[in-house]
Design a binder for this molecule. Structure first.
Ligand code: NAD
Ligand code: DAU
Length: 331
């Protein structure tokens, strides 16, 4: 099977490609990635000989068309992915997340290639802290940020291309991922690398906001299961029942890194900050038989801390620039 993976040098995409190279030696893997600040060739160095890497932009229709014509399946991870950046400069989000998805859809339509669209639970907006409800496949779209609104738009394009043009696509909307190779701008790696560089962790507002954590390997196993057995046109929600508020996550990181529980700073809150995400993944579990393997967040977090401690060369070059950006935002 020839698989084209967009965004394969990013956090989730590089973990996906590495897992495929490890577990599916029959797969012929091509990565298309424009290596923005968030992409890194180093994330793929261990499997360099097993993949074809193409540096290029998903809005480049000629390039996308050529690569798609050589593929049996496209898995689309590429995106501008960080909410905070989308509040400062939304345009790249519109360009990559909407126009990029459109470009891929036109190519898979033209060449009749199977397509999987990787999306986020943020398209559903947020839930109250004390609401027993979780997001399901039927929850209405209600995105809050420029990032999530462009992801919502891209999901809508996929649904329209399925219905109007018969494109063979599936979609998945996943909750917050953690694990190795996540950019240091994101919450968990930021706090781990802060502590490793002698800086106090930074918590937005009071830290009551809840995220539903899932290990990146569990997300990617679900994506693969959907590719194998998912029904065309369907959306699957991916989550591992990992709800935790941000304060608890910071305190757990501090404890696992032998720091005092209050050794962190409260900083300016994010504008429009979503309160709570929570995923009901029963459709995926019941219909496709997927189960998360990383059920103990604490030990997954410890392994993630160890990975950042053991791999400073992977993240050190980005750290100063990221913290400078946050300083300007008062975060
Ligand atoms: P990331 O920011 O770590 O990686 C994105 C990758 O896409 C980078 O390698 C970047 O270079 C590449 N890219 C960006 N613009 C491009 C363009 N125009 N052309 C080609 N490549 C481009 O993101 P991530 O956290 O790995 O997220 C991957 C996907 O999963 C995204 O679609 C995101 O919306 C979705 N998602 C992420 C999470 C999460 O918790 N991180 C959860 C649910 C869904
Ligand atoms: O839910 C899925 C989404 O999860 C993905 O679609 C996004 O691509 C991904 O970035 C993530 O979005 P979040 O905004 O939830 O993740 P982030 O890591 O930026 O922040 C997680 C929580 O931690 C959020 O409530 C904001 C808070 N936070 C973040 C940072 C960077 C802090 O308290 N301090 C920080 O320094």
């Amino acid at each position: 099977m020839r698989i084209l993976v967009t965004g394969g040098a990013g956090f989730i995409g590089s973990n996906f490609v590495s897992a495929m190279a490890r577990d599916r030696p029959d797969a012929v893997l091509t990565v298309l990635d424009s290596l923005t600040y968030a992409g890194s060739r180093a994330s793929l160095s261990a499997i360099d000989g097993s993949i074809d890497f193409v540096e290029g932009d998903i809005v480049d229709a000629r390039l996308v068309n050529r690569l798609v014509s050589d593929a049996d399946v496209v898995v689309h991870f590429a995106a501008e992915s960080h909410n905070d950046n989308s509040l400062v400069d939304p345009l790249p989000f519109l360009q990559t997340n909407i126009v990029g998805t459109y470009t891929l859809l036109q190519a898979v339509r033209h060449h009749d290639v199977r397509y999987h669209h990787v999306s986020t639970d943020e398209v559903y907006g947020d839930l109250e802290l004390d609401d027993p409800a979780k997001f399901t496949e039927l929850t209405p779209y209600n995105p809050s940020s420029p990032y999530s609104s462009t992801k919502a738009a891209s999901d809508m394009l996929v649904r329209a291309w399925v219905r109007s043009f018969g494109v063979r696509a599936t979609l998945s909307n996943c909750s917050n991922n953690y694990g190795p190779y996540q950019h240091v701008e994101k919450f968990i790696p930021r706090q781990i690398t802060n502590i490793l560089t002698g800086v106090r962790p930074k918590l937005y507002g009071a830290g009551k906001n809840v995220r539903d954590w899932i290990h990146v390997e569990d997300h990617n196993a679900a994506v693969w299961r959907i590719l194998e057995a998912g029904e065309i046109g369907r959306t699957y929600l991916i989550g591992a029942d990992g709800e935790l508020d941000n304060l608890s996550v910071v305190r757990m990181i501090l404890e696992l890194m032998d720091k005092a529980p209050d050794d962190f700073d409260h900083v300016a809150d994010r504008a429009g900050h979503d309160l709570r995400y929570a995923i009901d993944s029963s459709t995926l579990r019941n219909e496709l038989g997927w189960q998360p393997r990383y059920n103990d967040f604490r030990s997954g977090l410890q392994a993630t801390i160890n990975w950042y401690r053991d791999n400073p060369t992977w993240w050190a070059n980005d750290k100063d620039a990221v913290e400078l950006r946050y300083q300007v935002q008062g975060a």
